[in-house]
Design a protein. Structure first.
Length: 179
Protein backbone atom coordinates (compact mmCIF):
# COMPACT_ATOMS: atom_id res chain seq x y z
CA UNK A 1 0.00 0.00 0.00
CA UNK A 2 2.81 2.39 0.86
CA UNK A 3 4.65 1.62 -2.38
CA UNK A 4 1.51 2.38 -4.36
CA UNK A 5 0.98 5.63 -2.46
CA UNK A 6 4.58 6.72 -3.04
CA UNK A 7 4.29 5.83 -6.73
CA UNK A 8 1.10 7.90 -7.03
CA UNK A 9 2.65 10.83 -5.12
CA UNK A 10 5.69 10.84 -7.42
CA UNK A 11 3.78 10.52 -10.72
CA UNK A 12 3.13 14.29 -11.10
CA UNK A 13 6.88 14.86 -10.80
CA UNK A 14 7.75 12.21 -13.39
CA UNK A 15 9.65 10.21 -10.77
CA UNK A 16 9.70 6.62 -9.55
CA UNK A 17 10.20 5.31 -5.99
CA UNK A 18 13.88 4.61 -6.72
CA UNK A 19 14.37 8.33 -7.33
CA UNK A 20 12.86 9.21 -3.96
CA UNK A 21 14.96 6.55 -2.23
CA UNK A 22 18.18 7.98 -3.71
CA UNK A 23 17.11 11.55 -2.96
CA UNK A 24 16.17 10.74 0.61
CA UNK A 25 19.45 8.91 1.18
CA UNK A 26 21.38 11.93 -0.06
CA UNK A 27 19.42 14.14 2.34
CA UNK A 28 20.53 12.12 5.38
CA UNK A 29 24.11 11.12 4.50
CA UNK A 30 27.35 12.84 5.46
CA UNK A 31 30.10 14.29 3.27
CA UNK A 32 31.92 10.93 3.13
CA UNK A 33 28.82 9.18 1.79
CA UNK A 34 27.38 11.55 -0.81
CA UNK A 35 28.86 9.81 -3.84
CA UNK A 36 27.23 7.72 -6.58
CA UNK A 37 29.13 4.68 -5.24
CA UNK A 38 27.68 5.16 -1.75
CA UNK A 39 24.15 5.57 -3.16
CA UNK A 40 24.65 2.33 -5.09
CA UNK A 41 25.81 0.47 -1.99
CA UNK A 42 23.08 1.92 0.20
CA UNK A 43 20.29 1.01 -2.21
CA UNK A 44 21.84 -2.36 -3.11
CA UNK A 45 21.21 -1.81 -6.80
CA UNK A 46 23.39 -1.97 -9.90
CA UNK A 47 25.69 0.89 -10.79
CA UNK A 48 23.80 1.43 -14.06
CA UNK A 49 20.39 1.66 -12.39
CA UNK A 50 21.65 4.16 -9.84
CA UNK A 51 23.53 6.15 -12.48
CA UNK A 52 20.38 6.53 -14.58
CA UNK A 53 18.33 7.45 -11.51
CA UNK A 54 20.84 10.10 -10.45
CA UNK A 55 20.86 11.48 -13.98
CA UNK A 56 17.07 11.90 -13.82
CA UNK A 57 17.32 13.66 -10.45
CA UNK A 58 20.03 15.98 -11.74
CA UNK A 59 18.18 16.77 -14.98
CA UNK A 60 15.03 17.65 -13.03
CA UNK A 61 17.03 19.87 -10.65
CA UNK A 62 16.63 17.78 -7.48
CA UNK A 63 20.36 17.18 -6.98
CA UNK A 64 23.59 18.97 -7.83
CA UNK A 65 26.93 17.37 -8.68
CA UNK A 66 30.30 18.71 -7.65
CA UNK A 67 33.80 17.32 -8.15
CA UNK A 68 35.77 16.63 -4.98
CA UNK A 69 38.23 19.44 -4.22
CA UNK A 70 41.08 16.97 -3.62
CA UNK A 71 40.29 13.98 -5.87
CA UNK A 72 38.65 15.15 -9.09
CA UNK A 73 37.62 11.54 -9.89
CA UNK A 74 35.15 11.66 -6.99
CA UNK A 75 31.78 13.32 -7.47
CA UNK A 76 29.74 14.61 -4.53
CA UNK A 77 25.97 14.86 -4.77
CA UNK A 78 23.89 17.37 -2.83
CA UNK A 79 20.15 17.75 -2.59
CA UNK A 80 19.04 21.05 -4.09
CA UNK A 81 16.40 23.28 -2.52
CA UNK A 82 13.90 21.84 -5.02
CA UNK A 83 14.86 18.32 -3.88
CA UNK A 84 14.48 19.29 -0.22
CA UNK A 85 11.03 20.69 -0.96
CA UNK A 86 10.02 17.47 -2.74
CA UNK A 87 11.12 15.37 0.23
CA UNK A 88 9.27 17.64 2.66
CA UNK A 89 6.12 17.47 0.51
CA UNK A 90 5.89 13.71 0.07
CA UNK A 91 7.97 12.01 2.76
CA UNK A 92 6.87 10.22 4.81
CA UNK A 93 3.91 9.06 2.73
CA UNK A 94 0.69 10.61 4.03
CA UNK A 95 -0.83 7.18 4.80
CA UNK A 96 2.09 6.34 7.10
CA UNK A 97 2.11 9.80 8.64
CA UNK A 98 -1.64 9.69 9.37
CA UNK A 99 -1.45 6.19 10.83
CA UNK A 100 1.46 6.95 13.14
CA UNK A 101 -0.08 10.21 14.35
CA UNK A 102 -3.64 8.96 14.74
CA UNK A 103 -4.57 7.78 18.23
CA UNK A 104 -7.77 6.08 17.02
CA UNK A 105 -6.12 4.04 14.27
CA UNK A 106 -3.24 3.13 16.52
CA UNK A 107 -4.57 0.16 18.51
CA UNK A 108 -2.18 0.38 21.45
CA UNK A 109 -1.46 4.10 21.06
CA UNK A 110 2.10 3.02 20.34
CA UNK A 111 5.08 5.07 21.35
CA UNK A 112 6.63 6.23 18.05
CA UNK A 113 10.10 6.50 19.58
CA UNK A 114 9.90 2.92 20.90
CA UNK A 115 8.76 1.74 17.46
CA UNK A 116 11.66 3.54 15.81
CA UNK A 117 14.14 1.96 18.24
CA UNK A 118 12.68 -1.50 17.65
CA UNK A 119 12.85 -1.09 13.87
CA UNK A 120 16.45 0.14 14.09
CA UNK A 121 17.35 -2.87 16.25
CA UNK A 122 15.67 -5.20 13.75
CA UNK A 123 17.55 -3.58 10.87
CA UNK A 124 20.91 -3.78 12.67
CA UNK A 125 20.28 -7.44 13.51
CA UNK A 126 19.52 -8.29 9.88
CA UNK A 127 22.56 -6.33 8.69
CA UNK A 128 24.87 -8.10 11.14
CA UNK A 129 23.43 -11.54 10.35
CA UNK A 130 23.99 -10.95 6.63
CA UNK A 131 27.35 -9.19 7.09
CA UNK A 132 26.01 -6.03 5.45
CA UNK A 133 27.19 -2.48 5.94
CA UNK A 134 25.28 -0.67 8.64
CA UNK A 135 25.18 2.87 7.19
CA UNK A 136 24.56 4.16 10.70
CA UNK A 137 24.93 7.67 12.09
CA UNK A 138 28.38 8.77 13.20
CA UNK A 139 27.26 9.13 16.81
CA UNK A 140 26.92 5.33 17.01
CA UNK A 141 30.11 4.56 15.11
CA UNK A 142 33.21 2.93 16.50
CA UNK A 143 35.32 5.64 14.79
CA UNK A 144 33.54 8.56 16.49
CA UNK A 145 35.83 10.30 18.97
CA UNK A 146 34.15 12.93 21.18
CA UNK A 147 36.53 15.79 21.97
CA UNK A 148 36.68 17.88 25.14
CA UNK A 149 35.20 20.98 23.49
CA UNK A 150 32.00 19.19 22.42
CA UNK A 151 33.28 18.61 18.88
CA UNK A 152 33.93 15.17 17.40
CA UNK A 153 36.66 13.54 15.37
CA UNK A 154 36.30 10.71 12.89
CA UNK A 155 38.99 8.23 13.91
CA UNK A 156 39.02 6.76 10.39
CA UNK A 157 39.57 9.99 8.44
CA UNK A 158 41.04 12.10 11.27
CA UNK A 159 38.68 14.89 10.24
CA UNK A 160 36.59 17.01 12.57
CA UNK A 161 32.85 16.37 12.63
CA UNK A 162 30.26 18.95 13.58
CA UNK A 163 27.38 18.21 15.93
CA UNK A 164 25.08 18.07 12.89
CA UNK A 165 27.39 15.70 11.01
CA UNK A 166 27.42 13.07 13.73
CA UNK A 167 23.66 12.65 13.21
CA UNK A 168 24.06 11.84 9.50
CA UNK A 169 24.57 8.35 8.10
CA UNK A 170 27.94 7.22 6.79
CA UNK A 171 29.09 4.49 4.42
CA UNK A 172 32.11 3.84 6.66
CA UNK A 173 29.98 3.25 9.78
CA UNK A 174 30.94 0.38 12.05
CA UNK A 175 28.59 -0.18 14.95
CA UNK A 176 30.20 0.74 18.27
CA UNK A 177 28.36 -2.10 20.03
CA UNK A 178 30.37 -5.30 20.53
CA UNK A 179 29.74 -7.84 17.77
Amino acid sequence: MLRNEVRADLAPYGLQPIHLEALYYLSICNRFSDTPKAVTEYLGLTKGTVSQSLKVLETKGYIDKQADSVDKRVTHLTVSSLGKKLIADIFPPSLMHKTINSGQNNQANMDVLALQQQLQYLLRSIQKENHLQTFGVCSTCRYNRPLADGAHLCGLTNLALSTQEIELICIEHIDSEPQ
